[in-house]
Design a protein around this ligand. Structure first.
Ligand code: PGA
Length: 303
């Protein structure tokens, strides 16, 4: 007879086995009922049902004492083994869940580093077992990581159409014209780009999404491109603008965050350039629970 037939799996429950184990260990229905916070008749009924399902006698009552029968001892041994196996399965499952909940690998472009860390900090306060890995790079570097499937989720602008990806709008990232505070046009209410065409334009490096969006804007609007100086950092660009090296077009987030006092935003017609960040990940990728939860947290905070 196979164990399934004898065990009548539909009639025998883990709960019955658990109750049986407790009664056997306490050698008493009364004590077991107390331990399990159950009524004594409930315990007796469940033991009777288990014995019936297995077609064996599990206990013998001698005077006031309860003894396991020989077959009862076998059932107890098997029950303990069964619970040990289930315990170790539970531990393995918890570990697995803990692992996926614990890791959050996120890669963002340099402009988004002014926004995402605040939310990441809050998120890690709420979920203490999260271990964040936070990468910052320019758009080309982040796209490279995406292609290698290096992280759970990515944030950048202008997701390339040729890639097989999911891209969901995160929030706006307008690109605005900045100059030093005492720039001769700083007091104007509106400025034509033409008036700025002789200015040196401080531009991020090749591969930067900010640069990509600026070049796209200039091409689309047929604006003359200025003399350029490449500076591979938003912070260094802000410092250089303040030092009078030229003007720049930067993310408004980069400007708002730790905005140096002696910079101004110039009200140039057609600016700021409308740009947006997206959550991006490879199509078909199953986002980890941590990535889903973090994405939801940021979206809730931005609402
Ligand atoms: P980046 O970011 O200029 O740091 O590459 C821009 C973006 O993709 O928003």
């Amino acid at each position: 007879m196979s164990w399934q037939r004898r065990f009548h799996t539909r009639q025998t429950t883990f709960r019955q086995l658990e109750i049986f184990m407790r009664v056997a260990e306490d050698a008493s229905v009364t004590k077991a009922a107390k331990h399990l916070h159950l009524a004594q008749p409930t315990v007796s009924t469940q033991i009777a049902k288990l014995a019936e399902a297995l077609k064996v006698t599990l206990f013998e009552q001698v005077g006031k004492r309860l003894f396991l029968t020989d077959v009862g001892k076998d059932v107890l041994e098997a029950t303990r083994e069964l619970f040990n196996v289930m315990d170790s399965l539970e531990m393995r499952l918890a570990k697995r869940e803990g692992l996926s909940l614990g890791q959050l690998r996120i890669s963002v472009v340099t402009t988004a580093k002014y926004l995402i860390p605040t939310y990441l900090g809050e998120f890690c306060q709420m979920y203490k077992d999260i271990e964040p890995e936070f990468q910052v790079g320019n758009r080309a570097e982040i796209i490279e990581r995406l292609k290698r499937n290096a992280d759970d989720i990515y944030v950048f602008s202008n997701p390339p159409r040729e890639l097989d990806i999911e891209a969901q709008l995160l929030t706006k990232n307008p690109l605005t014209v900045i100059a030093k505070k005492d720039h001769p046009l700083a007091h104007r209410k509106s400025i034509q780009w033409d008036l700025l065409k002789e200015e040196r334009l401080l531009m991020r490096e090749m591969g930067s999404g900010t640069r990509y969006a600026i070049e796209k804007h200039f091409t689309q609007h047929q604006l003359p491109m200025n003399k350029m100086v490449t500076i591979a950092s938003n912070e260094a660009i802000k410092e250089s603008v303040m030092a009078g090296l030229g003007i720049a077009i930067v993310s408004q987030h980069a400007l708002n965050h730790m905005a140096p006092g002696n910079l101004v935003e110039l009200p140039v017609d057609g600016f700021p350039i409308a740009n947006s960040w997206y959550w991006v990940y490879p199509k078909g990728k199953h986002l980890s629970p941590a990535a889903i939860a973090f994405k939801q947290h940021v979206e809730m905070r931005l609402r």
